[in-house]
Write a protein that binds this ligand. Structure first.
Ligand code: FMN
Length: 196
């Protein structure tokens, strides 16, 4: 896949192939590459917890809010759950305001995952207390998000939105295909949009 294909294939996958594990080694490799990305003041505050143990994955998944817009879907079943979770944390002793760093590094991990035949979903609606207690995290470690990872078992298609349309809600059709609307190019580029 070329870079554009990888970017387009990198969707939010929330259903995964049952029993398709991810080797912890490959996740370590993605992190190893991602540690070279840009970081505010080059402070590099982002930290990860890698979870591949099935019961632990299930427990944390059961306490996340999946696909808020799909009212009739409560999240992946036991058979659809991700193979691994990556808890993305920041060390607040290093930088208390590191959300941009988190975005850059997690996206870099996801793009590699897609390139290697996996896929994932970023989730911020998570039970931080549960995770904090489970891993006995010290106070300076803030939990930002969880990345669910696995071999996707879901068909997802991008929809081009009309210029100036504002309905960005994703939906699932009667065949189970997940549709993700994306705004038009001209809506992204203000000097094109408001040109005199
Ligand atoms: C910061 C952030 C937080 C998100 N949190 C959740 C979440 O808690 N639960 C969820 O199911 N998806 C979550 N998502 C995934 C978005 O719903 C998804 O990116 C959006 O629907 C567009 O789909 P796409 O990623 O395939 O383009 C999150 C995405 C981002 C960037």
């Amino acid at each position: 896949m070329d870079l554009k294909q990888i970017i387009k294939a990198n969707r939010s996958y929330r259903k995964f192939i049952h029993n398709e594990k991810i080797d912890e080694g490959i996740i370590m490799e993605w992190i190893d590459n991602a540690r070279y990305v840009a970081s505010s003041k080059n402070r590099q505050p982002v930290r990860f917890i890698i979870i591949t143990e099935s019961m632990e994955v299930q427990q944390i998944c059961d306490h996340m809010q999946w696909a808020r817009h799909l009212k009739n879907w409560q999240g992946p079943t036991k058979e659809q759950k991700p193979a691994a979770l990556l808890v993305v944390c920041t060390d607040e002793n290093i930088n208390k305001n590191a959300q941009t760093d988190v975005g850059i590094i997690t996206q870099t991990i996801l793009l590699q995952a897609v390139n290697d035949g996996y896929g994932g979903c970023l989730l911020r609606s998570i039970d931080r207390k549960l995770i904090r207690n489970k891993f006995n995290l010290p106070e300076n470690i803030a939990i930002d998000m969880v990345v669910a990872l696995g071999k996707p078992d879901q068909s997802i298609t991008l929809e081009e939105m009309d210029v100036n349309s504002d309905n960005t809600d994703y939906w699932e059709d009667e065949n189970g295909v997940h549709h993700v609307p994306k705004r038009a190019l001209v809506d992204f580029v203000l000097n094109k949009k408001f040109k005199g």
